[in-house]
Design a protein around this ligand. Sequence first.
Ligand code: ZN
Length: 194
Amino acid sequence: MVLKIRQVGDPVLRQKARPLSRDEILDRSIQELIESMRETMHDAPGVGLAAPQIGYSLQLLVIEDQAEFIQKLPAEQVAERERRPVPFHVLINPKLTLLKSEPAEFFEGCLSLAGFTAVVPRAKRVRVEGLNEKAEPVIIDATGWYARILQHEIDHLGGVLYVDRMNSRTFFSQDNYVRHWKDRSIVEVTGYDK
Ligand code: ZN
């Protein structure tokens, strides 16, 4: 079932989500919620979705960066963002560790801030420990765009949105981003008319 994605200003997006117990994870209601999150993410379409975005204050998220999304992008953009396909997976009760302190700066968006984008600095490399949909422990070492997706989605579980981390001079409507900025370097955009 495709669920409605909550938009910024909805209090659930600012709550700290609670962890799930092993029994809860294995329960049919959570398994069905995971399936609905997968369908909602595909429908949007997006590369990640956290439970608070569909109104559930739970430490649960889904990620998938499909090869067909990446194929449509210019090769240069794919290379500089280190974007590679990521198969569908579920992450529960994640603990994030930032491994490379020098950040990467790129535009990102959020399904809960529809129509907007901004430059957000993110760690280039992270490690995440958590559980999968079978309540089994998983450890993920991620770099590049996948590391960014993980940081963005795990932020949602703490009630944090990209607007809390963005360069605020680069907060643009998607339309104006395409019209004025998309072919400029990040240095040009962040330093514009300073
Ligand atoms: Zn988001």
